[in-house]
Design a protein around this ligand. Structure first.
Ligand code: ZN
Length: 300
């Protein structure tokens, strides 16, 4: 809360600008299946759904306690094996969006493969939650300069916005340097809400959540989102249920650097995320995009 004293000495309270809170709903093993070797048994939907169910309960409790709404980017396959989870999130007042069907990077797919997976994921999610699903996030943010055709597939499938693009050149898997850092429209009309970056020594460093949130000191995340709120620039924070709740399987045989990257501060997630919810105001992606005039009011 920002409190200012007017010349007449009355106290005015302003509500800080809200950012978009996004939860990418997938199991820990399926999240990392294209980055490291994962035991196939850990990729069974039932195993991932058990983990997601346990962690999602913690996420929903925290959001309820903070009076906070969020956008949940669900894998479409969860709508097949555990549709009650999708319904539960929608009934709690959150936005359901799409995170592909099986968490396969788009960079490894043909347009036809992507089109079929996308259509099935969207239909399954809409059946489960009983609402239109208009937002998409690519697995591992895998829309870049080499597969911009995916943006046209999203429009053709009926999506209104995307949040897959990271304006950085520093990552080995993702990144599209040169795009705007704030909300913008692609030429085909699709709205883009990019993942945030900060400018350090001439480079765009990702800062919006996930592994970066776990790696950086908490104050880096808090001060970034508080500063952008004062500037009137809504940004995106993203996190996974396994980074907040207690359940995450041990992946065997990871090199030390990989083990650090995927497990650093995983056990402190609930406490750290609570601090973020205490300090930063959030709402859904659709709500921010409507407030920004990028989507019509009827979109949500
Ligand atoms: Zn993901």
């Amino acid at each position: 809360m920002v409190t200012r004293r007017s010349p007449a000495a009355t106290v005015m309270t302003e509500t800080p600008l809200a950012h978009a809170l996004t939860i990418d709903v997938e199991g820990f093993a399926e999240s990392h299946a294209e980055s490291v070797h994962v035991d196939p048994a850990l990729l069974e939907p039932a195993a991932n759904d058990r983990e997601i169910r346990e962690n999602l309960a913690v996420v929903l409790d925290l959001l309820l306690a903070h009076g906070c709404r969020a956008t949940f980017f669900f894998l479409g396959r969860i709508a097949k094996s555990a549709p009650d989870l999708v319904r539960q999130v929608a009934e709690a007042g959150h936005e359901v969006a799409c995170h592909s069907l099986y968490h396969r990077r788009i960079t490894g797919q043909t347009p036809e493969e992507f089109r079929m997976d996308l259509a099935e994921a969207k239909a399954r999610l809409e059946d489960s939650c009983g609402r239109s699903v208009i937002g998409f996030r690519a697995p591992d943010f895998s829309i870049g300069a080499g597969n911009r055709w995916a943006l046209d597939e999203l429009v053709a499938c009926g999506f209104s916005y995307d949040s897959s693009v990271v304006p950085t050149a520093l990552h080995d898997v993702y990144g599209m340097p040169g795009v705007p850092h704030g909300i913008f429209h692609w030429p085909n009309g699709l709205v883009e809400f990019p993942l945030p970056v900060i400018r350090v020594l001439g480079q765009n460093i990702p800062v919006g959540g996930g592994g970066y949130f776990r790696l950086y000191p908490l104050r880096v995340t808090l001060s970034y989102f508080q500063r952008e709120a004062r500037r009137g620039s809504p940004r995106v924070f993203y996190i996974h249920p396994y980074e907040i709740g207690p359940a995450a399987p041990r992946l065997r045989g990871l090199p030390v650097t990989r083990r650090f990257r995927h497990y650093v501060r995983l056990r402190q997630g609930r406490k750290r995320f609570s601090h973020v919810l205490d300090a930063v105001r959030f709402t859904t992606m659709s709500e921010i995009l409507v407030q920004a005039g990028a989507l019509p009011r009827k979109a949500e």
